[in-house]
Design a protein around this ligand. Structure first.
Ligand code: NAD
Length: 296
């Protein structure tokens, strides 16, 4: 078992840290939020007062932060992880951030003799609680081999996607598919409603036809066909529209940087932008069907 510094104990990091504690690791936890720290202490973590304290004297640092700027600050800032972690410490950032920030921080880590992996996740807060997340990991093979057993204690599927930044690339490509497919499924159900086609019939047919996809069969945006989907609880998240918008914007930023045209990704980002601007950012992302239907 290892001593792990865990930084960022929010909706995702909190339950991920609890799973590491359950697996028998010792945790030094740090977050800016006193409530998140209290919850971590109740679960058995010892508390650090600063980022530097969480990264000192540990074998592994795991972080789960909102965005690229937070990761750059926590790792590269004064008394950040890179200036306090001992050589040989393995650094694993599980936040969803832009590819450039992931690569830049990993390069700075390497210059200090530290191995760093980008390891964003899919599976949401439910997956974080149950320890069934999917990790997509970018970085060197040796670091991946060290990280894999620890990541398996927080997730079910752990894939080495390639070199530094490849985990973030996989995450934003996947979520671009998801954002586009959720809008497509929403449009199909609204069209079916107007054509007088029963939603359950469309579901039964498309779930077994070429329109089949996760947005339809696991996360159906109308109530009824998939009882566990957020549509059955008035679109309580789940995965918020704000988070989807963040990931779609990251995919557009990456597409522009790489000179790739992704017109459907751009349209999805624009539609989620409208949905969030209308005040629905905290709603589950499948709730965009209401806007497609013409409501707000
Ligand atoms: P969150 O806002 O609930 O948690 C982030 C935590 O980081 C907060 O507790 C905040 O206080 C802390 N934090 C911010 N700056 C800090 C700093 N400088 N030092 C220490 N702590 C700091 O967010 P979340 O839902 O847990 O998401 C975290 C990451 O996971 C994001 O990048 C998100 O895109 C990604 N993600 C989220 C989900 C989801 O369903 N929530 C799913 C997949 C991926």
């Amino acid at each position: 078992m290892a001593t792990i510094g865990f930084i960022g104990l929010g909706n995702m990091g909190g339950p991920m840290a609890r799973n590491l504690l359950k697996a028998g690791h010792q945790l030094k936890a740090f977050d800016l939020s006193p409530a998140a720290l209290d919850a971590a202490a109740t679960a058995g973590a010892s508390l650090a007062r600063t980022v530097g304290e969480a990264a000192k004297g540990v074998e592994i640092v795991v972080s789960m932060l909102p965005a690229g700027q937070h990761v750059r600050q926590v790792y590269g800032g004064k008394d950040g992880v890179l200036s306090t972690a001992a050589p040989g410490t393995l650094l694993i950032d599980c936040s969803t951030i832009d590819v450039d920030s992931a690569r830049a921080v990993a390069a700075d880590a390497k210059a200090k003799g530290l191995s760093m992996l980008d390891a964003p996740v899919s599976g949401g807060t439910g997956g974080a609680e149950l320890g069934t997340l999917t990790f997509m990991v970018g970085g060197e093979a040796e670091a991946f081999a060290r990280a894999e057993p620890v990541l398996k204690q927080m997730g079910k599927t752990v894939v080495h996607a390639g070199q530094s930044g490849a985990g973030q690339a996989a995450k934003i490509c996947n979520n671009m598919i998801l954002g586009i497919s959720m809008i497509a499924v929403g449009e199909a159900f609204v069209l079916a409603e107007k054509l007088g086609l029963d939603k359950q019939k469309l579901f039964e047919i498309s779930a077994k036809s070429s329109g089949q996809c996760w947005s339809l069969t696991t996360y159906c945006p109308v109530p009824g066909p998939v009882p566990t989907s957020p549509a059955n609880r008035d679109y309580k998240p789940g995965f918020t529209a704000d988070m989807m918008l963040k990931d779609l914007r990251l995919s557009q930023q990456a597409a522009q940087g790489a000179g790739v045209a992704t017109p459907l990704g751009a349209a999805a980002a624009a539609l989620y932008g409208l949905f969030a601007a209308a005040g629905h950012g905290p709603v589950d992302f499948s709730g965009i069907i209401k806007m497609i239907r013409g409501g707000s």
